[in-house]
Design a protein around this ligand. Structure first.
Ligand SMILES: Nc1nc2c(ncn2[C@@H]2O[C@H](COP(=O)(O)OP(=O)(O)OP(=O)(O)O)[C@@H](O)[C@H]2O)c(=O)[nH]1
Length: 309
């Protein structure tokens, strides 16, 4: 995830992944004049990319100021300014996990059904073990047998230990995994939880319980409480963040499937949705392990408007 060659490869993948979102946004930069009609069309396309009405208005205000201040004339100049404004808005969301803060670092993943939790855990576990971290997985999705099996098969293939219980209590799977992780000197314990909808009150309460119980196994656990969001959900992500934050005290987000959607602008909406936006740890633009990378505001903004870094 670090050297320049890998980074270049990732940027190309990110740009390709965001193609569907880019198409409409980039399509309006035809080299014509920068007039009111052009700016209104740009605002419309931002809204269509799920940037949201408020965030789009904010971007356009800043853009108009910059056009005046810097005397921008061409659409190319406006595109660069647009990229800079989006990058500035996204910057507060940049964050990385602090692997040295706790031993083990306990990470809990939650989200709606099919958001990509289990596959993301698999990709991250692999990334972490390539960083020479010892990883333990807790299959606290006791609801769906297939999810447990998916994690078990994956763990076996990658020589990563997975703790699970047949029809067990998810909170106790999480608890026991942390105790075991401490005993075995693991660096990271990752807890998978069952998919649930914000409207399923009993399941959201269960998530709160899974979260609370971890603190009994280790002070401050889970140290990272991550909501995995399906990028194709667009603006619905905002409601999911609110509900899961209330239930699981989120520390960060991972946004998957940005390759399958024209709604990639939702990251800007998330960044603008509150004064202290929830950090974005990783984003996913495909099915392979290399398609999940740390979130970088500059790269994302450039890829979104179809510019090079
Ligand atoms: N195209 C694409 N597909 C992805 C990405 N991330 C995950 N997926 C796919 O999304 C599907 C659902 O992923 P899962 O990991 O099973 O989702 P989950 O959240 O664990 O599902 P539940 O256990 O039902 O809640 C799988 O087919 C993944 O391969 C991504 O970034 N891009």
């Amino acid at each position: 995830m670090s050297d320049t060659k890998e980074k270049t490869g990732w940027f190309a993948r990110l740009k390709k992944g965001l193609k569907k979102t880019q198409v409409n946004l980039v399509g309006i930069f035809t080299g014509g004049v920068v007039d009111e009609a052009f700016l209104e069309e740009l605002e419309f396309q931002l809204i269509a990319s799920d940037v949201g009405v408020e965030a789009s208005a904010k971007i356009l205000d800043s853009l108009r100021d910059r056009i005046k201040l810097k005397g921008l004339k061409t659409q190319d100049e406006v595109k660069v300014a647009l990229k800079e404004i989006i990058a500035e808005l996204l910057k507060p969301c940049e964050a990385s996990l602090d692997f040295d803060a706790h031993n083990p670092l306990v990470i809990m993943m939650c989200g709606v059904n099919g958001a990509g939790k289990t596959t993301t855990i698999g990709k991250l576990a692999k990334h972490f073990s390539l960083m020479n971290k010892r990883v333990l997985l807790a299959a606290a999705d006791t609801f769906r047998a297939a999810a447990r099996e998916q994690l078990a098969v994956w763990g076996e293939r990658n020589q990563i230990e997975v703790i699970s219980q047949d029809k067990g209590d998810p909170a106790s799977v999480a608890y026991e995994s942390i105790v075991s992780g401490k005993k075995k000197g693991m660096d990271i314990v990752m807890v998978d939880t069952a998919g649930r909808l914000p409207t399923q009150t009993n399941l959201m309460n269960e998530l709160s319980r899974i979260q609370r119980v971890q603190g009994k196994a280790m002070e401050g656990a889970p140290h990272a409480s991550i909501l995995v969001l399906d990028g194709t959900n667009g603006q619905n992500a905002l409601a999911q963040v609110k509900a899961f934050d209330e239930a699981a005290k989120l520390t960060g987000l991972i946004i998957t499937k940005l390759d399958g959607t024209a709604k990639g602008g939702v990251l800007v909406a998330l960044a603008c949705s509150r004064e202290n936006p929830i950090p974005i740890y990783y984003i996913g633009v495909g099915e392979t392990i290399d398609d999940l990378q740390t979130f970088n505001a500059d790269e994302f903004a450039a890829a979104l408007v179809g510019l090079d870094k």
